[in-house]
Design a protein around this ligand. Sequence first.
Ligand code: UDP
Length: 266
Amino acid sequence: MSSMNGNRDIIQEISVDCPGSGLFGRPRVSVLGVGFDAVTAEESIARALEIIGGDGEKSYVVTPNPEIVWMARRIGALRDAINSAGIVLADGIGIILAGKILKTPMPEKIPGIDFASALLGRMASSGRSVYLLGAKPGVAEKAAENLMKSYPELRIAGAADGYFTDDAPVIERINAARPDVLLVCLGAPKQELWMSENLEKLDVRLCAGLGGSLDVFAGEVKRAPAFFRKLELEWFYRLITDPRRIKRMIKLPLFLISAALSKKSK
Ligand code: UDP
């Protein structure tokens, strides 16, 4: 009985579909009420660079994975923050599978860390600057050091940890540094809510919410070896190297079942 009610809840939520419109001039793919831009990695980078170099509206990028979509079912403010983003990228094979189940396939998965690396590489060649916000004290600075080695022409406008209680001084420091791009690596849902709440106050053309990316750039967390990535098993590698993630990952099958159910209800 309770599972039937659960299904009805899901179906009701899906019918309140509000996937936003985004910056690509094409309809978004709705996965459980979260709208994804059906774009390639190259298209997403090109669009981000246009925003950085243009004088149009400021914007932010989010890269939801199934866990975040699942969270957005319960936290309306998170779903709104994601759907209000200018660019919403499919982070992970789970989102790609859901797109296939829903018969609205997306061209490819774009993990946040891949988007960040490609964007920073291209920003370096055009002399753009980035501010790194997030992770534990010292990590953003270490990430900055490593990024300067990888991209000597990249300008690092500043770095600060993500464990602050008062937004105002943080925003003041970011604005004083005048970066072109702000990486907001506070984890979900904090980073999405923070960007949507503070975009107006930030003197930055583009923000990007990128979870644990600074930990990876700093060398604190290793990415899955190519073997796992090739077989679409990056999630499995993260699970065996950090078994505490099981609680988060257990939601993946639920997510796919719900996506399948939502298709039936359409
Ligand atoms: N984090 C932060 N402030 C907070 C909570 C988390 O800066 O209040 C950071 C945390 O230190 C880590 C990142 O946010 O660097 C979240 O990483 P996680 O691997 O959980 O994110 P994912 O990439 O899985 O979304």
